[in-house]
Design a protein around this ligand. Structure first.
Ligand code: SF4
Length: 310
């Protein structure tokens, strides 16, 4: 989804086809992208897509590229001294269409010592297998730009089998099951979903699955194909009120991906996968020595802080 110089490829130019970056962002720090969708493979053909039209939307999951090829690139990147805050499944299409996208997150936790991020359009969250593997990520960002099937079809131009009500029901189930951070992106298109009525209905639907943060985005570079234009900043600011206190404008200061420290938050994180002290310290904005003290004290009380990789 993002046009980024492939600096990882500079380590060994012929080697990397699926791994790009790391790219720096205020929200996600240094993020290494893993693209499972080259050439563009997507379940949507959104009016606002910056990548270009989807050749043919699909909703059937596949195994292209072979996941062994992708993991070999990640091994190479790590062995070449690569470091990143996040390993991000994203790229030029929809990552959950790949049947093995969860293996990227397993690799990151076991070998990469990084946190993990899934950037998804959410179209397959009705599928329990997709939700199961999405739960392996520390942060998941999904999207919702519409309020009913007709507006969904107009904005996202999805594969004909996809139903908005099933997707949102999948989001609700995911929220119940997922203990990490769930973000939702809403893309605002003037003349389609920027009226008070449309935005109110969209906001109600978004709030129904309780994302931690909501981002309102709009076109930065209008896509030539659909003629979608940018929503003025003052209108975005007005719409934020409808989405509630955890909604932010895409160009504004986004909330950094740290988690307010609590014993429950720490135990939730450790219940999903082992995490090293440096990663815990970045996640909770605490020094490594503070983290060690906290873990030692929890361990003394018999809590399962032993799950830490040193
Ligand atoms: S979900 Fe929409 S914006 Fe994202 S890659 Fe697919 S068509 Fe483009």
């Amino acid at each position: 989804m993002i046009d980024i110089p492939n600096t990882a490829a500079d380590i060994n130019p012929p080697a990397l086809k699926h791994v790009y970056g790391p790219v720096s962002s205020r929200r996600y720090g240094q993020s290494l992208g893993v693209d499972l969708s080259v050439p563009k493979t997507c379940s949507f053909n959104c009016l606002f897509c910056q990548i270009g039209p989807t050749p043919a939307t699909m909703a059937e999951r596949n195994e292209i590229p072979p996941i062994s090829e992708v993991l070999a690139e990640l091994d190479f990147w790590r062995d070449s001294g690569g470091t990143a805050d996040f390993i991000t499944a994203a790229g030029s299409g929809e990552p959950t269409l790949h049947r093995h996208f969860g293996k990227v997150f397993r690799w990151a936790h076991e070998k990469g010592d990084c946190r993990t991020l899934l950037l998804s359009n959410g179209s397959l969250f009705w599928d329990p297998e997709v939700r199961r593997d999405a739960k392996l990520a520390d942060v998941v960002k999904v999207s919702l730009h519409a309020w009913d099937q007709s507006s969904f079809e107009r904005i996202c131009r999805p594969h004909p089998t996809l139903r908005l009500d099933r997707i949102v029901e999948g989001y609700r189930k995911f929220r119940e099951e997922f203990t990490g951070r769930l973000d939702c992106e809403v893309f605002i298109i003037p003349g389609i979903n920027d009226s008070d009525e449309a935005a109110t209905k969209t906001a109600e639907l978004v709030k129904s699955f309780s994302p931690d943060y909501i981002t309102l985005n709009t076109a930065i570079r209008p896509p030539a194909e659909s003629g979608v234009v940018a929503c003025p900043p003052e209108r975005i600011r007005a719409l934020l009120q409808l989405f509630g206190p955890n909604a932010y404008a895409g160009g504004g200061e986004p909330p950094a991906v740290t988690i307010p420290f609590s014993e429950t938050a720490l135990l939730n994180l450790l219940s999903r996968h082992p995490v090293s002290i440096p990663v815990l310290s970045r996640t909770f904005s605490k020094s490594e020595s503070e983290m060690r003290e906290i873990l030692k004290e929890m361990k003394n009380r018999g809590l399962p802080a032993f799950a830490i990789m040193e």
